[in-house]
Design a protein around this ligand. Structure first.
Ligand code: TXA
Ligand code: MG
Length: 345
């Protein structure tokens, strides 16, 4: 199949109506959102949704997020909307927050991966909203990458993974947040953060008071543990190169990299640091600037593969605010390998 590329930043572009019609007919269309590009299908068409799993090579038990473009589309998808969920929606929607609640019968088991719950998100990107409007139905959409690869933050990355496997990609340029949405479960007694993203724990606590952070945000799941969010048990965001996160000062980082440089060794570092390193570098954002780090981390992980890196030593990002989301993606790319550098290293 030939994948059509629709380049537009105009929500009134007539071709978005065609993208909507394609989705209504059961097609697969990749769309830009403020977080990352998503691979969309009609959430009520189980055959179309199966196509998403096929195109991505995604395990069938990993549920999809359902995207809406009007708050009124939410209630029919879930059994009830608790007060705290309403407050969060008022504060953070449209935006990079996904809320999980018990699902209604409208949501089939392909979308939910067999779970009794559904994740819903109201994106703020004007083109995403225009496509959902044009389709006239909620859209199931995971990140538009091949399963296990870094999420795509521009249309070329989508085509690198899924070109020829999907009907179309709507290209509106790079995504502004750069990491996927915050995933929050509201099914238990206490709200639980399953994946950190653009809406930070600090922001959630302002509205909720109490918030639990799932241990899988920081660590690898223990052998035999059940993942609250099935996506967390899979190897994620990983380039082909072996990534090791180094914890320590920049001087320690430089010394370690110099002592361990071989053919194919790269450094994944901040913009201000690149010139001082003795190996080829790939930059992910600026020092002490989680927003630019989030914008560039996935593209940087793809870049190390394009340049044929074999081993990558990566700087550890700060873990507060949006930095937690950057850390969460990087530590998965590194298969949870963090090396603490000692003073005399
Ligand atoms: O920003 C985003 O959220 C992007 C854009 C396209 O909206 N989408 C995205 O989808 O990142 P995906 O499928 O790549 O990641 C969704 C995550 C997965 O880890 C999945 O396991 C989890 O959310 N998830 C989805 N539904 C769930 C549910 N009912 N219960 C627990 N986890 C769920
Ligand atoms: Mg994904």
């Amino acid at each position: 199949m030939k994948t059509i590329r629709i380049r537009t930043t105009d929500p009134a572009d007539e071709r978005l109506k065609e993208a909507g019609a394609l989705l209504r007919r059961g097609g697969l269309v990749a769309i830009p959102t403020e977080t990352v590009y998503g691979l969309a299908a009609n959430a009520f068409d189980e055959a179309a949704v199966r196509g998403i799993f096929r195109a991505k090579g995604r395990p069938a038990d990993n549920p999809l997020i359902v995207h809406i473009s009007d708050i009124a589309q939410w209630a029919p998808l879930v059994t009830a909307i608790p007060e705290r969920a309403k407050l969060l929606a008022e504060r953070f929607w449209p935006g990079p927050l996904t809320m999980i609640l018990p699902k209604s019968d409208l949501i089939g088991k392909v979308v939910s991966g067999g779970l009794a719950t559904v994740a819903v998100r109201f994106p703020s990107h004007p083109i995403a909203r225009a496509v959902i409007d044009a389709a006239g139905v909620p859209l199931a959409a995971p990140s538009a990458n091949t399963s296990g690869r870094p999420s795509p933050t521009n249309a070329s990355d989508v085509l690198e993974d899924l070109g020829g496997k999907i009907d179309a990609v709507v290209d509106a340029g790079p995504c502004s947040v750069g990491v996927e949405s915050t995933v929050l479960s509201l099914c238990g007694e206490t709200p639980r953060l399953l994946r950190p993203g653009g809406v930070t724990p600090e922001m959630l606590r302002e509205v909720l008071g109490e918030l639990e952070i799932d241990p899988a945000v920081y660590e690898n799941l223990r052998e035999g543990a059940v993942a609250a969010s099935p996506g967390m048990k899979y190897k994620h965001y990983a380039p082909r190169a072996k990534v090791v996160l180094l914890k320590g000062s920049f001087a320690q980082f430089c010394a370690y990299v110099a002592a361990h440089a071989e053919e194919g060794t790269f450094a994944l570092c901040f913009a201000e640091e690149a010139a001082a390193l003795p190996v080829p570098t790939v930059i992910y954002g600026s020092t002490n600037d989680s927003a630019t780090q989030a914008q560039h981390i996935f593209e940087a992980l793809r870049e190390v593969d394009r340049r044929g890196a074999k081993r990558v030593f990566a700087r550890l990002p700060a873990r507060d605010g949006l930095g937690l989301a950057v850390f969460n993606r990087l530590v998965r790319a590194a298969a949870f390998q963090i090396l603490t550098l000692e003073e005399d290293e």
